[in-house]
Design a protein. Structure first.
Length: 317
């Protein structure tokens, strides 16, 4: 409920106009690049233009792609939004965020209405160039203009919030996804769990992981990805819930996932922080009973007891 309220409040903030998004310096660079292109073949049709632009993108030659687009724009009905989107995506590939925003702004002058793919490519360009403020402004401009964001847009905006440590905005965006008909993917869940952990809200982080596990089971899909468990483990470790960290470590192994260096480090840190007697449990008759893999171990022949180390050994295995 709280996430939904945050989502409504955040998305209600006004977005910028397209012309306010890009830096002024981008215009001169864009205009200079449009003159360096050979004349296009007279028989070039829309499909052939699309293939040509894709080839330029594959070669990371965004200047040729951009110049070709502008040359083709002089022909009536040849250029469509998908052609501009390919060029913006080519700019995103090389983190050319300023030129991407310039092209997004100039699409209407070419008779093209920016669509969700135009905006998502521009957001990705800003995100890859580590321009999170611009990425978030584009997202707000897109929603204000009535374009419904897709999963790519949301994930890029979530990544921008992560980079700028805007955890409240990240959670608001995450909460807004169902209202746009989107089910958050595992990466989005991981970002939200991490944001909650940095707010010290470990219980909410665990509830999100439980929700993702139940959703995967209901769809008979693969279990949550390892980074989701890793984010939940960090959430618990930050607030000293060491037993919960070890429980999550067992859950990820039970799901068939192989621990990586990050989850192992969290589990080992939690195990080291537990008191030596923590792995011991009460037996049926009221006395202490050896817990699986933990507690002190009696040497054969009645010698001295060894210090607890079973958790570390079990984790390492």
């Amino acid at each position: 409920m709280r996430l939904a309220i945050l989502a409504i409040a955040w998305l209600a903030l006004p977005g910028d106009s397209l012309s306010a998004l890009r830096p002024a310096a981008a215009e001169s660079r864009l205009l200079r690049s449009t003159g360096d292109v050979a004349a296009l073949p007279a028989h070039l049709d829309s499909a052939s233009l699309l293939q040509l632009l894709k080839q330029f993108r594959a070669r990371k030659d965004w200047r040729a792609a951009q110049a070709t687009l502008w040359s083709a724009a002089t022909r009536d009905a040849l250029v469509q939004p998908i052609h501009a989107n390919i060029v913006i995506a080519a700019l995103a590939d090389v983190a050319g965020w300023e030129e991407a925003l310039m092209l997004l702004e100039q699409m209407p002058s070419l008779g093209l209405e920016p669509d969700v793919y135009s905006f998502s490519a521009a957001i990705s360009a800003c995100s890859r160039a580590r321009q999170p403020d611009s990425a978030l402004r584009i997202f707000k401009t897109m929603t204000a203009s009535g374009v419904t964001p897709n999963q790519v847009c949301f994930n890029a905006a979530l990544a921008a919030c992560q980079r700028t440590k805007r955890y409240d905005e990240l959670l608001a965006l995450f909460g807004a996804m169902p209202a746009h008909g989107l089910q958050p993917n595992p990466w989005a869940y991981s970002a939200a769990i991490d944001a909650l952990s940095r707010r010290g809200q470990w219980e909410r982080a665990l509830r999100l992981l439980d929700e993702l596990e139940l959703s995967s089971q209901a769809k008979q899909a693969a279990p949550p990805e390892l980074h989701c468990y890793g984010a939940a483990m960090r959430a618990c470790l930050r607030v000293g819930k060491h037993a919960a960290v070890l429980s999550l470590h067992e859950r990820l192994k039970a799901a068939g996932l192989a621990p990586n260096s990050h989850t192992l480090a969290s589990a080992l840190a939690a195990a080291a922080a537990l008191p030596a007697a923590a792995p011991r449990a009460q037996g049926a008759g009221g006395g202490e009973q050896q817990a699986a893999g933990g507690g002190e171990q009696q040497l054969a022949g009645g010698g001295e007891q060894q210090p607890a180390g079973g958790w570390q050994l079990a984790i390492a295995m």
